[in-house]
Structure formats: C-alpha cells, structure tokens
Unconditional design. Sequence first.
Length: 250
Amino acid sequence: MPKRFVVAASEFDDSPRFPEGSAGVELAEALTAVARQLHETTTPHGTLSAAVRLAVRFMPGAEHAGISVIERGGRPHSGRRRALAWTDEAVRSAESRHGDRGPLPHWERLWTTPVARIEDSEADGDAGGLSALGLRSALSLRLRADRRNLTVLTAYASKPRVFDENATRIGRLFTAHVGIALDSATVRAQLTEAMRTRDLIGQATGILMERQNIDAASAFESLVKASQRENVKLRDLSRRIVDAHGTTAG
C-alpha cells in the first residue's frame, strides 16, 4: 500500500506562487521553478508529497489539494479509491470518505477526459460530501491512467466557481510536469530496487558457493530451482538465506 502524506501548504512559503495576471514569460518561469522542485524529489512518494503542496502555491484559486488513485470497478462508481497525498484533513476526509464505495462522482469522467470540474458542490447536491467539509469548488486533473487504475490530482477551494478556463489551463500544464517528474522518480526507484535485488542475490549465491563448495553458476542455478520449487520470489528467498547466514554467523 502506498505511503500517505500529510503536508501543510503553509510550511512551504518559499514555493513558487503563480502570479495572477502574469504574462507568458512569468508563467514559464514559474513552471520552471515548479519543475525544478518536483525533480529534486528522489522517490515517487516524495514527488506526490511535493505535488500537492506545490499545487496550492501554483494553481490559481487553489486552497487545498490531494492526489488519489482509483481502481476501475465493474459498474459505474464501483471502483475502489485510495488517497495518496493531501494538504490537510479536509482533503484527506473528502478523498477517503467513501473508501471502497467508489470515487467522488465527478472523477468517473476522468477515465475519458483529462479534466473534471465542480463549480459549486452545494448547488450540485453535494453528492461527494464536499460542501460539508467547506470545499465548494474542485478542479480534478488526470495524472496517470491505464486500463485498471486512474491517478487524479484535485485542487479545492472554499468558494464556488473558482476554477475557470485559465485555472484549468494552468492546472493541465502543472499536471503534465508532475506526471513527468513522477515517471522519472518511479524509474529511479525501480533501478535502485533492481540494484538492491542484484546485490542480495549475489550475496545469497556467495553463501551457497561457500556452503556447498560449488561454483557461481551452480550456486545460482540451485537458488533458482529452490525459488521455483518453493514458489517464492528469488529476491525473497535470497533475503532469507542472507538473513539466516547473518544469524548463524552472529
């Protein structure tokens, strides 16, 4: 289960804030600053954490922000959702409230369109329970999507009709940068894990070579066969061997 984050936007006063009424050059400079901070993160979790607090600083009208993942269900509104990052308790409550009962109603549209907005949650009947949490406007943007999962970044405001076409345009530019940074952080995390796995398997192979007085190829083959026989991942089996060896040696 992905790690969750609680980030208070007020803790990041040095983050770039979008200058209202700014020209294209100023927007480009602000986006550059955002991209730099996003790419300074070293893990996917760190990128998500940075994204929600930067959204509040950068997106016009945004007072709160959250990122959630939705798992597609067999029927409309039947998929499970899980909050991954949020700026405050109101967002955490809004994006976690329904749990396994499905996503916020307007999120369902994001499977087929990149943007979904709520102009006034109170006037819309408050199907997602947003107005009760003081969240009247919402701008939801598709961050990632595949056949089974949809990752959504949502900005919220306490007043109705906050997010206009300009805010939506800025939001889409921001989300594009978040997506690139998240992909980059994911690749780095996967490479790091692959290196750790390689080292772990190498250690286990060395232990088997010493125990059984065999060469590296034979030790690795023995490890693979044991993994298949016990239906255990090679990485996990290697960790067991290394841990057991450490305990014995100690």
